[in-house]
Design a protein around this ligand. Sequence first.
Ligand code: GLU
Length: 486
Amino acid sequence: MSIASPVTSRSGRPVRTRIAPSPTGFLHLGTARTALYSWAYARHHGGAFVLRIEDTDVERSSEDSVTQILESMRWLGLDWDEGPFFQMQRLDRYHAVVREMLAAGTAYFCYATPEELDAMREAQKARGEKTRYDGRWRPAPGKVLPPAPAGVRPAVRFCNPPSGTVRWPDLVKGEIAISNEEIDDLIVLRPAPVDAPAGALGVPTYNFAVVVDDLDMGITHVFRGDEHINNTPWQINIFRALGAAPPAYGHCPIILGDDGLKLSKRRGAVSVTHYRDNGFLPEAMLNYLSRLGWSHGDDELFSREQMVSWFDGSHLSRSPAQWDPAKLAWVNAHYLKAATDARLVPLLQQQLATRGIASDDLPRLMAACALFKDRCSTVAELADWVAILFVKPQPRAEDLAAHLTAPVLAVLPALQTRLEALSDWSAPSIAAALKATLAESGLKMPQLAPALRVLVSGRVQTPSIDAVLALFDRDTVLARIALAGR
Ligand code: GLU
């Protein structure tokens, strides 16, 4: 593990940012957005971007989740320079810092059992007071602590300053001030398990491990969700207790769902992988996510390189942004149009596979991408179009009734004969056969084309009929037209 040595001052240090997801599920869109800001900020300043996995919630952390997070980061192209670091592999380091703090008197053992703490909180509630740790094991001059009770594994608490105010110039929200009276003595290490050897130390809590890591990894700027604002005073106080300067913090407002409530699993898809699996392109996700809380004038569509050149930490929004599926679809449609067919084909094949369709007819798939991508918002929609090549169409009865009129049915045999006789099966030859059939019968294209569309593709609207028919093989087209006679 290559970790920068601890620092006491950050002035003039190169920018180092990080993203620190907890592996308790997929990579959430909100975390992806702060990862993007952290990454872009580091890239803008020629600094480093670190990936850290905060896995100290041992019960809820999983390998699967780590895999999903790494996959999502890679898919988005948020490349990290260092890591992934795993907190559970750094326990010795946290313990060493705690021992220093115990020796310096900035942390202390607390032997209060969960039952005692519950009783303490109940009593506080009964008196109408705010519930908080009452400092019963906190050392103080002249205070005599009881002897450590036998058989109780102690937690370690941080001696939070009892008074004063913690202030920081938040990169997003401006000046924030929180009084130390609002917060209590944070647990920095949970009690060691009962069967651990005497003197063993436990697993750190988030607020402590995050400080040791941000310090050791030389992090200069932290972008994260504003649910962490109330944790920040503890973190700043611990930095100071360790004789170090905290990083600059920027707390981004939450993302709201289209119902105005916090975007959450219950109210729609919130994982990066969901969007990948449903045919969104990573550059569209990045472009769309970046705008949920940051702007560069009125620019809506821009490349990651442009974003990096613009993202200097200004123009971050203080108010929550709303997730807008229609806008995301619009952004994705833009990138889909711009994507080369060669790039889209493998993505299309994956989508087709989920519909039970396997095809490695690359020329045909390329041609299908070229023909249909302009009318799609996602690769999934593209696959719905391309599926018409492989799956028997199921035209709606009302479409058949509307378009298979007597005059159209009358010309179909002649058209079939012409199509059968074509020496080459291509859009121009098919167009010529259609034209000749129309000239002979007096029918118009707007009568014939919808009928052919419905018969061959099952849809009333398609791109140009000659180009669509050319995508199919001739036998399929003839067989589908023949169904009209039945
Ligand atoms: N593990 C924390 C989370 O996922 C990280 C918060 C932070 O960036 O400090 O919310």
